[in-house]
Write a protein that binds this ligand. Structure first.
Ligand SMILES: *[C@@H]1O[C@H](CO)[C@@H](O)[C@H](O)[C@H]1NC(C)=O
Ligand SMILES: *[C@@H]1O[C@H](CO)[C@@H](O)[C@H](O)[C@H]1NC(C)=O
Ligand SMILES: *[C@@H]1O[C@H](CO)[C@@H](O)[C@H](O)[C@H]1NC(C)=O
Ligand SMILES: *[C@@H]1O[C@H](CO)[C@@H](O)[C@H](O)[C@H]1NC(C)=O
Ligand SMILES: *[C@@H]1O[C@H](CO)[C@@H](O)[C@H](O)[C@H]1NC(C)=O
Ligand SMILES: *[C@@H]1O[C@H](CO)[C@@H](O)[C@H](O)[C@H]1NC(C)=O
Ligand SMILES: *[C@@H]1O[C@H](CO)[C@@H](O)[C@H](O)[C@H]1NC(C)=O
Ligand SMILES: *[C@@H]1O[C@H](CO)[C@@H](O)[C@H](O)[C@H]1NC(C)=O
Ligand SMILES: *[C@@H]1O[C@H](CO)[C@@H](O)[C@H](O)[C@H]1NC(C)=O
Ligand SMILES: *[C@@H]1O[C@H](CO)[C@@H](O)[C@H](O)[C@H]1NC(C)=O
Ligand SMILES: *[C@@H]1O[C@H](CO)[C@@H](O)[C@H](O)[C@H]1NC(C)=O
Ligand SMILES: *[C@@H]1O[C@H](CO)[C@@H](O)[C@H](O)[C@H]1NC(C)=O
Length: 797
C-alpha cells in the first residue's frame, strides 16, 4: 500500500505575503483559521470506538467521544396495558375511528417512560499553548484518505505543528505537537466536562505524566449509571512536567506526544477492569512510540479508504485554491466546483471508517445520528440509532464503496436488541419473534420511543435492519454469515409478523402502525373527519418491508439448501402471498396508506412509501415498470410539495432518482444539497444547522448509485450518469452484489470502458447505461457469464 504522506501536500506561495498551503481539493478539507464553532468547523477523526474533533485554536479544544458513554443504564420500557389495548385499537382503526384510536393508542400502548438513553460525550481536552495574539501562516487540515488531521502556524518566529491521529490497531487517539525551535513548546493541558465528573486529576510521577478524568451518567450508584474513565499520557523528552490539580504543565519541550484512551462499564464492569484496559492500550502505544502508532493507524485507514476512488473531473483552479469553508459557501450559488463533490464523497467514506469498526470487542457500536461525534452531555435528538431511516442510511455506502466490514457493528447492536425485542414482542403483542420500534439505544432498547402519533408506534424496525444482513451476504457471498447470523435473524423477524399481523380483506396486515413520519387528513367517512391522523393499519411501507423479509428469507433458504419441508420456510412461503401488494392511486402514484388519504404534507421529508425504490428493489424499472412509474409519480409529487427539506431527505432523493435512472434529476438534488445543508466542515445538517451524519452517508451512496447499481440482479454500469454535468470521469474499486469489483470510465457524457473482477466467481449479468450494447473481453455480450474466481473482465462499447 502506497502511503500518501504530508510530503505530497503541494505548498505554493500566493501573491500576498502569506504563505498558504494549497492541498488537493478532492482529498483534503483545509482552512486558514481555527474553527469558531463546533458543528460549523471542527474536524472529526475516529478509530471506530473513540472519536475526536479538532478546533485548532491557539487554545486547542479537542472534543472526545467514546461510543458507549450514554445517559444511563438499561431501561425496560413497555406499557402494562399494551397487550389488552391491541385488539381494541385495531377495532377502532378498522371502524375508521381514527382520531379516537390515535389518542387511545398513545395513552394505552406508549410506555410510561418515553425516552431511550441518549448519546453523551467524554469531555474536552483543553490544550493551552500560551499563544495569545496573531497566529501567522495558519493551516488546519483533514486528510480523507488517511483519516488524520493537523494544524500548523508561525508564532513569535517559531513554526508550531499539531497532528492528530485515531489508531484502530492501537485502540487510541494520539497527537504530536512540535516547535521548530528547541524547547519553545509549552503546554497546559486538562480535561473538562459540563457535568457529572467524579474525579479529574493530573499526575506527574517519575516518567509518567498524565491526566485522568472519571465521570458518570449521573444516576445514583445503586441505579447502575454508566461509569467512564479517560486518560491521556504525555511523552516529551527533555521537558519539565508539573501537575496542579487537574492540569498538567509541560514546559521546555520541542516535541510532545499524547496518547488517549477512555473505557466504560458497558464493556469493563469494574474500575480495575477499566484501568487495566486503559493501561494496556496506553502502555502499548507509549512503548511503540508515536511514529509507529501513526504508521500503523494510517496504513490501516488507507487500506480501507484506498480501495475505492472517484474522479469527476477538475474544478476551476480559483475554486480548489480556496479553503474548504469558502468552497462550501461558494457552492451555495455556484456549482462549478466539481471536486467539492468528490471531496464530500471521500469524506463520507472517511466518516464511516472513523465511526464504525469491528474492533473485536464483544459489542461494537454502529454509527449513531452523529456518527460518534458530539460535544454535549446529551447529543441532538439523543444521538440515537433511529431506525426508521437514519441508521440504515448510515450504511448505504458500506457495500457499494467497498467498506462492507463497517456494517459489522450494526450486527452487534442487532444481536443485543434481539432478545429485548423478543421480550417486547411477547409482552406488548403476545407474539414470538422479535420486534423493534423506530429507535434503539446502546442497550438495544426496542420500545416505542417519544410519544408522537406519526413516529412512535411503528413495529417495523427489525424488518428494515435485517435487510442489512441480507445485503452483507449479497456483497460478500459469505455463506457462513448467511447461515449463522442472517438466516436465524430473518426467521425470528418473520415469526413476529406471522403472529402479529391479522386478517383483513384477504390479506395479513400490520397495525397499529404509521408511515414514518407523515400524517394524513381523516377522510369524510371516518372520524373525526378533517382532523390530522397518522396511525392506521395496512401501511404501504409496512407491506413493502414485510415483503422483503419474506422474499429475503426464501432467497437465503435457497442459497443454504434448506429443505422445502422446513417449517420456517414453509411458513414464509405461505405468508408471502398474503401480503398486500402496492396500490396505485388516482394520480398514478404509489399509495402511502390503505386508502387514498390526503397527505398532511405533500412534500413530507420521509420517502417511506418509496422504500421499495430505494433502498429496496421491488420498484426498480428492471423489476416492475408499472410500480417504478408510480414510484416516480410519488417522488416528483413529494419534491414539488417541498420535500428534501432536511439534509438527509435531500440525499435520499439523490439515491431515489438514481434508481429511476434519472441522472439529471439526481444531480439536481446534489446541487440542492450543497445550496443549504453542508457546514464549513462538510457535515450534513438538518436545516443548515444541527449536525446529523446520515446525509453525509446518503450523499456518498447517492453519487455511487448514479455510477453503479446491482440490486436488481444485474451489474448495471452508469445507470444514471448525469452526462451533461459530469461528462468525463472514472470510478475505481466499487463493489457490486455478487462480490464483483468494478472500475468504470466514461467520456463525453457516456460509457467508455470498465473492468469487472469476479472476486468469488459466480454468474455475472451486465447492463450498460440504458441498454447500450457492449463487448466483454472483445466478444459481444449476449447474456449472463459464468465467471472464474479472481478473473478480470474487460467491458467496452
Ligand atoms: C459545543 O459546541 C458548541 C457550538 O460550537 C459550543 O457553543 C459549546 O460550547 C460546545 N460545548 C463544549 C462542551 O465544548
Ligand atoms: C370512537 O371511539 C370513541 C372511544 O371509544 C367513542 O367514544 C366514539 O363513539 C367512537 N366514534 C365512532 C364514530 O365510532
Ligand atoms: C402520551 O400521549 C398521550 C396522549 O397525549 C398521553 O395520554 C400519555 O400520557 C402520554 N404518555 C407519556 C409517557 O407521556
Ligand atoms: C511548519 O512545519 C511544517 C512541518 O515541517 C510544514 O509543513 C509547514 O509548512 C511549516 N509552516 C510554515 C508556516 O513554515
Ligand atoms: C492551566 O489551565 C487551567 C485551566 O485549564 C488554569 O486554571 C490554570 O491556571 C492554568 N495554569 C497555568 C500555570 O497557566
Ligand atoms: C448529572 O446527571 C444527572 C442525570 O443525568 C442530571 O440529572 C444532573 O443534572 C447532572 N448534572 C449535575 C451537575 O449533577
Ligand atoms: C526551561 O529551561 C530554561 C532554560 O533552559 C530554564 O531557565 C527554565 O527554568 C526551564 N523551565 C522549567 C519550567 O523548567
Ligand atoms: C483514574 O482516576 C480514578 C479516580 O481517581 C482512579 O480510580 C483510577 O484508578 C485512575 N485510572 C487510571 C487508569 O489511572
Ligand atoms: C472563478 O473564476 C471564474 C471564471 O473566471 C469566475 O467567474 C468566478 O467568479 C471565480 N470564482 C471565485 C470564487 O473566485
Ligand atoms: C408489478 O406489480 C404489480 C402490483 O404488485 C403486479 O400486479 C404486476 O403483476 C407486477 N408486474 C410484474 C411485471 O411483475
Ligand atoms: C479503459 O481503457 C484504458 C485504455 O486501454 C485503460 O488504461 C483503462 O484502465 C481502462 N479503464 C477501465 C476502468 O477499465
Ligand atoms: C431507455 O431506452 C428506452 C428504449 O430505448 C426508452 O424508451 C427510454 O426512454 C430510455 N430511458 C431513459 C431513462 O433514457
Amino acid at each position: 500500500m502506497k502511503l500518501h504522506g504530508l510530503s505530497e501536500l503541494v505548498l505554493t506561495l500566493t501573491l500576498t505575503s502569506q504563505c498558504q498551503a494549497v492541498l488537493d481539493g478532492s482529498r483534503f478539507l483545509w482552512y486558514t483559521s481555527p474553527a469558531q464553532e463546533w458543528e460549523q468547523g471542527a474536524l472529526p477523526i475516529g478509530n471506530g470506538r473513540l472519536g475526536g474533533t479538532i478546533y485548532g485554536g491557539a487554545d486547542e479544544v479537542f472534543t472526545l467521544n467514546e461510543n458507549t458513554i450514554w445517559s444511563g443504564p438499561l431501561q425496560d420500557r413497555v406499557s402494562a396495558n399494551a397487550l389488552e389495548a391491541l385488539p381494541i385499537a385495531r377495532e377502532m382503526l378498522l371502524a375508521g375511528n381514527i382520531s379516537a384510536a390515535g389518542d387511545y393508542i398513545q395513552r394505552e400502548m406508549s410506555p410510561p417512560e418515553k425516552s431511550e438513553r441518549a448519546f453523551s460525550y467524554f469531555g474536552n481536552m483543553d490544550l493551552a499553548f500560551g499563544h495569545s495574539g496573531q497566529l501567522e501562516n495558519y493551516l488546519r487540515w483533514l486528510d480523507t484518505r488517511q483519516g488524520n488531521a493537523g494544524v500548523s502556524y508561525m508564532y513569535g518566529g517559531v513554526n508550531y505543528t499539531r497532528e492528530y491521529i485515531a489508531s484502530f490497531p492501537a485502540g487510541v487517539l494520539a497527537a504530536r505537537f512540535t516547535a521548530s525551535k528547541q524547547h519553545a513548546l509549552t503546554l497546559n493541558v486538562s480535561f473538562s466536562r459540563l457535568e457529572n465528573i467524579s474525579a479529574n486529576l493530573a499526575a506527574s510521577t517519575g516518567s509518567v505524566h498524565s491526566i485522568n478524568m472519571t465521570g458518570t451518567s449521573g444516576q445514583p450508584a445503586s441505579q447502575n449509571p454508566i461509569l467512564f474513565t479517560g486518560k491521556a499520557v504525555f511523552v516529551a523528552p527533555g521537558a519539565t512536567f508539573q501537575a496542579f490539580g487537574s492540569s498538567l504543565l509541560i514546559a521546555n519541550a520541542t516535541v510532545i506526544d499524547m496518547f488517549f484512551d477512555a473505557e466504560t462499564n458497558y464493556r469493563y464492569s469494574t474500575q480495575a477492569d477499566r484501568d487495566a484496559e486503559i493501561s494496556r492500550k496506553l502502555g502499548n502505544a507509549v512503548s511503540q512510540g508515536y511514529d509507529r502508532v501513526k504508521k500503523e493507524a494510517l496504513d490501516d485507514a488507507c487500506a480501507l479508504l484506498e480501495r475505492a476512488s472517484l474522479d469527476l473531473g477538475q474544478s476551476p483552479a480559483n475554486l480548489t485554491s480556496l479553503p474548504t469553508n469558502e468552497r462550501v459557501l461558494n457552492s451555495r450559488t455556484d456549482f462549478s466546483d466539481i471536486e467539492l463533490t468528490t471531496l464530500t464523497w471521500n469524506y463520507g467514506r472517511h466518516l464511516l471508517v472513523a465511526s464504525s469498526r469491528n474492533t473485536g470487542e464483544t459489542i461494537d457500536m454502529p454509527a449513531n445520528l452523529q456518527g460518534t461525534w458530539n460535544n454535549k452531555t446529551t447529543a441532538a435528538w439523543g444521538g440515537k440509532f433511529t431506525i426508521n431511516i437514519n441508521t440504515e442510511m448510515n450504511y448505504w455506502p458500506a457495500g457499494q464503496t467497498n467498506l462492507i466490514e463497517t456494517q459489522e457493528p450494526l450486527f452487534d447492536l442487532m444481536k443485543v436488541a434481539k432478545p429485548r425485542g423478543e421480550s417486547m414482542a411477547q409482552r406488548m403483542y403476545g407474539c414470538s419473534g422479535t420486534v423493534f420500534h423506530h429507535n434503539l439505544d446502546l442497550w438495544g432498547d426496542p420500545g416505542p420511543t417519544d410519544n408522537y402519533t406519526s413516529s412512535t408506534m411503528w413495529p417495523m424496525g427489525a424488518a428494515w435492519l435485517v435487510q442489512h444482513m441480507l445485503d452483507h451476504y449479497r456483497f460478500t457471498g459469505d455463506k457462513t454469515f448467511l447461515a449463522n447470523t442472517a438466516y436465524p435473524y430473518l426467521v425470528d423477524v418473520a415469526k413476529f409478523y406471522e403472529c402479529y399481523t391479522f386478517n383483513w380483506e384477504g390479506y395479513r396486515i400490520a397495525g397499529p402502525s404509521l408511515s414514518p413520519e407523515n400524517a394524513f387528513v381523516v377522510p369524510a367517512n371516518f372520524s373525526i373527519a378533517g382532523k390530522t391522523g397518522a396511525m392506521d393499519v395496512d401501511i404501504s411501507m409496512d407491506n413493502q418491508l414485510m415483503t422483503d423479509v419474506f422474499t429475503g428469507l426464501i432467497e437465503a433458504a435457497a442459497v443454504l439448501g434448506i429443505s422445502d419441508t422446513d417449517p420456517d420456510l414453509q411458513a414464509a412461503k405461505a405468508f408471502l402471498p398474503l401480503i398486500r401488494p402496492p396500490q396505485i392511486g388516482s394520480l398514478g402514484q404509489i399509495l402511502e396508506w390503505r386508502y387514498e388519504y390526503q397527505e398532511k404534507a405533500k412534500g413530507h421529508r420521509h420517502l417511506s412509501p418509496l422504500y421499495s425504490l430505494h433502498p429496496g428493489t421491488k420498484f426498480s424499472p428492471l423489476i416492475n415498470a408499472t410500480l417504478s412509474k408510480a414510484a416516480g409519480v410519488l417522488l416528483d409529487r413529494r419534491l414539488a410539495g417541498g420535500s428534501g427539506s432536511t439534509g438527509w431527505s435531500r440525499t435520499w432523493f439523490i439515491n431515489q432518482y438514481a434508481r429511476l435512472y434519472r441522472g439529471a434529476d439526481a444531480w439536481e438534488m446534489v446541487r440542492a444539497w450543497f445550496k443549504t445543508y453542508p457546514t464549513g466542515n462538510l457535515w450534513n445538517t438538518d436545516s443548515g444547522s444541527n449536525f446529523q451524519i446520515d446525509g453525509n452517508f446518503g450523499f456518498t451512496s447517492g453519487i455511487t448509485e448514479m455510477l453503479l447499481q446491482s440490486h436488481a440482479g444485474v451489474v448495471h454500469l452508469l445507470p444514471a450518469l448525469p452526462g451533461q454535468a459530469i461528462p468525463n470521469g472514472s470510478v475505481r474499486g466499487l463493489k457490486a452484489r455478487g462480490n464483483f469489483e468494478v472500475d468504470i470510465e466514461w467520456a463525453d457524457g457516456g460509457f467508455k470502458n470498465a473492468t469487472v473482477v469476479a472476486v468469488i466467481g459466480g454468474e455475472l449479468k451486465l447492463r450498460v447505461e440504458n441498454g447500450t450494447s457492449f463487448s466483454v473481453n472483445g466478444e459481444p455480450y449476449s447474456g449472463a457469464l459464468a465467471t472464474r474466481k479472481g478473473a478480470k473482465y474487460t467491458i467496452a462499447t
